[in-house]
Design a protein around this ligand. Sequence first.
Ligand code: SAH
Ligand code: F3S
Length: 444
Amino acid sequence: MLRERCGGLPLSSLKYYLWNIGCQMNQADARRLAEALDVRGMTATRSPEEARVLLLNTCVVRQSAEDKVLGRMASLQSLASDPAASRILLVMGCFVDDPVLMAERYPYVHGFFLPSDLRGVLSHIDAWLGVVPPSADAVSAPAQVNESVAISYGCDHHCTYCIVTDRRGAQRSRPLQEIVREAADLVARGAREITLLGQNVDAYGSDLPEGTDLADVLCAVHEIPGLLRLRFLTSHPREMSQRIIDTAAALPKVCPSWELPAQSGDDTVLRRMARGYTSAHYRDLVRRIREARPDAGINTDIIVGFCGETEGQFENTVALVRDLCFDQVHLAAYSVREGTAAAHWLDDVPPEEKERRRLVIEGLQTEIATARNAALLGEVVPVLVESRQRGRWRGRTPTNKLVFFQDPANWRGVLADVRITWTGPWSMIGEVVNKRDEPSDKTA
Ligand code: SAH
Ligand code: F3S
């Protein structure tokens, strides 16, 4: 714990409010921030009124996310401006493009930080509190069952609809040894599953002199004793090599679960999105993944109503979704993002038509997911148990499907064999039939 110097108050009485939205990278950053503040002896609160430190980790990938960020900032403005309360409001993430300009525009915010600038946020808090930051080895808090490790930041693609490159910059791959060290530390602290994160993990290493790629990272992290499962996301259809497919398929700890955004099933739309592949290439990739791992779960991202998308082009996307039987589709209606190439084009698909297209794919995918999950009824599947939720244990199958079951023992962090007794499109229920690891002490 740190020296306690905040106006004589013990740091343990100092509360922080951390609000996060967005991608897995943001979720991972938020976890790290919370952990670092906990190490400083502070406590989390869900009530901004109780907190002295207000932290927003933001996303603007779609207009709906940006609206939420603006709403949250507005709702905190009076708390942050109250001179009697001695409170700070810090904003980090993809909302922040130019910290200096933003500070002028939102004077009630005490600091703006670029995406993943954890160091910047923590230094600001330490300076404000007047505390000495803890040394790195002071971080010994227990890890979650499933933790994530960023293997690269930023993205070298310039998809014409996407603001991520503008906000997160060009790709910066982390050195392999650093990734392995961080993953091994998390496993030593209790993590059982590691998810390797990047905007485009298949391009990992293209900016490094060593010539390492994602397959090398998978092999190296796979060796960590005590690790049960390894995942990676997000993949890019253009850079996913056969070597990556074969390596992932062959390593027993690597889950057969792929996050492979298609965005569209139409070649003209894909070209205008600057995705760098055709629908035929995407279909072939899915075929090759399933050839290497017939049990593969494949999830995708789809945007409907991109500028100029005709009914026929949309139908090609419907056909892709119908033919490839994805496990999950992350679906979005296109929204204009200032600063992207497509922002100069006519956003000509009316909102009601975008919504109609969204509902068509949503309905189709619900049917597909329902059928795919129903095929697991009566099957025994390995479930890594993450947490307890409303009296039930909650875990995931290798293909990342949510499974709930009831049992009095403590199953947290245990790999359990679960027989599936009920399935729906988004989750399943089962009963434990076997213990791959012995559960620890009993709970009520
Ligand atoms: N490399 C990341 C991309 C992050 S953006 C990944 O592949 O996940 C996450 C998703 O948001 C994209 O895949 C895309 O489907 C969606 N998206 C991005 N920009 C969008 C926009 N302007 N309108 C609607 N959806 C968008
Ligand atoms: Fe965005 Fe395309 Fe990269 S969706 S994050 S520019 S791969």
